[in-house]
Structures are given as structure tokens and as C-alpha cells.
Ligand binder design. Structure first.
Ligand SMILES: [Zn+2]
Length: 315
């Protein structure tokens, strides 16, 4: 039998589900910014999994992934363990459809945060203080930026076997070796020995159903691998990417992509073209290496130096 779990002074009994709240900040309008945390706490002992999204308020795919996971009938009746799901971490940016907080800060550079800091710092502090102690590991859902579409991928550190094991259980199409960045939830959680993998899929402010379905299936596989649910989903033949590089535009113009996201490409393959609008020049975009396309820029008009195609090189 599991113990009672307590998050920010709100308790959840074994065998119960409850939405609890992190209270981070009161605005000058007297509006309290509360972060809903959906907890499904089974009776039987098992891992405590965090699924979080909406760290950046315009990254909607992850929010929909968590909505779909927590409404799945197997997940609502977990066989063991605990699911702690935060569909929207950055409530205020979600309301405005913006990436950053109203003061311009990126919430995912505010960790570990502080109790008396800015809004971002307080939200980070709440996650560190109330959520990390009650979880074993997690997945934080993100997307590419505006018009940058990431092929469904998990980012983790290959040097840490526990990271790789979790990534293999989730089985995203692409798994990328990705070092920690200062100020991120992932890095600060790792310091507390709580591995959090980052899932990237699709682009901001646009539902991408491949990215959403792969995200949902990954969560279900991860839970099934720990016997939390009975539903079994066939794994992907995940490709492990050790090195990655962006092809940048060597001139400005109309960008046409001839290859699909996720495609396997060979060195010297023509992947696309940049055309001058007046028909004067056409510049071919050539793959610099054998690899996989793991992200593409969907902007029809690009400037010299813009990141166009993200290529991942297999381990
Ligand atoms: Zn993000």
C-alpha cells in the first residue's frame, strides 16, 4: 500500500485522484495565478511519474498530450504507482499565447528559482519545492518555435544510463543526446537525482497530430513498462542521435523544402532550394552528412543565416 502523498499542503489518499494547486503569485489585480496539478495516486506501490507541459505558453502539443493521457481509461485506474500531471505550468503565458512570461523572462531559464524572486523564479521554486520531492522521474513536453517543426524526439543525456533506459521505454522515433543547459528544469531536477527527459514535437501554436500521438504513445509505453497500466503499445525503432547540426541559409529568398521531416538522408542529397523572388537565382540546399532530418523551418521566406534544416547524425 502506498502512503498518502502531500503536495503544497494538499493530501491525496492512496486509491484516489485529485487536482491540487501550486499557488505561485498574486497579481496586482488580486488575481492569483494557480497551477493545477492532476494527481492519480494508486493503492499499490510503484514509480511516481511527472508529466509536465506548457512551460512555454504557446507550446500547445504537450498540453494536448497530457490531456489525452490523463483521460485514458487505463491511466485513470493505475495498477500501481502515481501520476502527477501538470498540463499547463506557465498559466499566464498560456492565457496570452506567448512563450515568455509578461516580464520577458523564459521560465525554463529561471530554475531552481527562489521564493521571493520574479514570477518565473517563484513558479520554478514551487516546482522544485513541491513537485520534485514526490516524483521519481518525468517527461517535460515542448515543441519547436514558431514555424520550426521538430520531428517527435526525446532529449536526454546518453552518459546517464537511467536517462537512456527511460528514453527506450518511452521509445520516441528519435532520441537525442543533449547536454544540460543552465537554468532549466531538466538540469536542476538532475542535480536532485530526478531524471526528467524533454520531449520535443511539432511547432508552437499548431497542433501536430504525429507529435501528439507519439507523445501520448510514449507516455503509455513508459507507464506500461513499469506495470502502471496494462495497455501495451508497440515500440518504435528509435534512432539514437549523438551529433546534430543545423543547415543555415546561405542566401535570402523563398525557401522550398523537398524532403520530409524525419526522413533519412545521405550526404550530398538535395534537400531543398532557396529561390530569388524575381527568378534570378536558385540555390540548392545540400545535406552535409548522412543522417535524419529532425527539424525543419516552415517559413516560406528566409534570410541569409536563418536555421533551415536540423540534421541528426546517428550514434
Ligand atoms: Zn519549450
Amino acid at each position: 500500500m502506498q502512503n498518502v502523498i502531500t503536495i503544497n499542503s494538499q493530501s491525496i489518499e492512496p486509491g484516489h485522484s485529485r487536482t491540487v494547486f501550486l499557488n505561485s503569485y498574486e497579481l496586482h489585480t488580486k488575481t492569483t495565478i494557480e497551477i493545477p496539478v492532476h494527481v492519480i495516486h494508486s493503492k499499490e506501490k510503484g514509480p511516481a511519474l511527472l508529466l509536465s507541459a506548457g512551460m512555454h505558453g504557446e507550446e500547445t502539443n504537450g498540453i494536448d498530450i497530457i490531456r489525452k493521457v490523463i483521460t485514458h481509461k487505463d491511466v485513470q485506474h493505475l495498477q500501481c504507482g502515481t501520476l502527477i500531471a501538470i498540463p499547463v505550468i506557465n498559466i499566464i503565458s498560456f492565457l496570452y499565447g506567448s512563450r515568455d512570461l509578461p516580464d520577458g523572462r523564459d521560465l525554463n531559464r529561471c530554475f531552481p528559482g527562489s521564493r521571493s524572486g520574479s514570477l518565473g523564479s517563484r513558479i520554478a521554486y514551487d516546482l522544485m519545492k513541491h513537485i520534485l520531492p514526490v516524483i521519481d522521474f518525468g517527461v517535460d513536453f515542448h515543441t519547436g518555435g514558431s514555424k520550426i517543426n521538430n520531428y517527435p524526439q526525446l532529449r536526454c543525456v546518453f552518459d546517464f544510463p537511467e536517462n537512456v533506459s527511460l528514453a527506450e521505454r518511452f521509445s520516441a522515433p528519435i532520441i537525442i543526446d543533449s547536454t544540460y543547459r543552465d537554468g532549466t528544469f531538466r538540469k536542476e531536477a538532475a542535480k536532485k537525482n530526478k531524471p526528467i527527459l524533454v520531449y520535443e514535437g511539432g511547432e508552437s501554436m499548431r497542433f501536430d497530430y504525429l507529435a501528439i500521438n507519439e507523445g501520448v504513445n510514449g507516455c503509455l509505453r513508459l507507464m506500461h513498462s513499469f506495470d502502471m497500466i496494462s495497455a501495451a503499445i508497440a515500440p518504435n525503432m528509435s534512432v539514437k542521435i549523438k551529433k546534430d547540426t543545423w543547415i543555415r541559409a546561405n542566401n535570402s529568398g523563398l525557401f522550398h523544402m523537398y524532403t520530409n521531416n524525419g526522413a533519412r538522408v545521405k550526404k550530398d542529397d538535395m534537400l531543398g532550394e532557396i529561390c530569388n523572388p524575381f527568378g534570378e537565382t536558385e540555390n540548392k540546399i545540400i545535406s552535409p552528412a548522412d543522417g535524419y532530418i529532425i527539424g525543419i523551418n516552415n517559413r516560406p521566406v528566409v534570410n541569409e543565416g536563418d536555421a533551415l534544416i536540423h540534421i541528426g547524425i546517428e550514434e
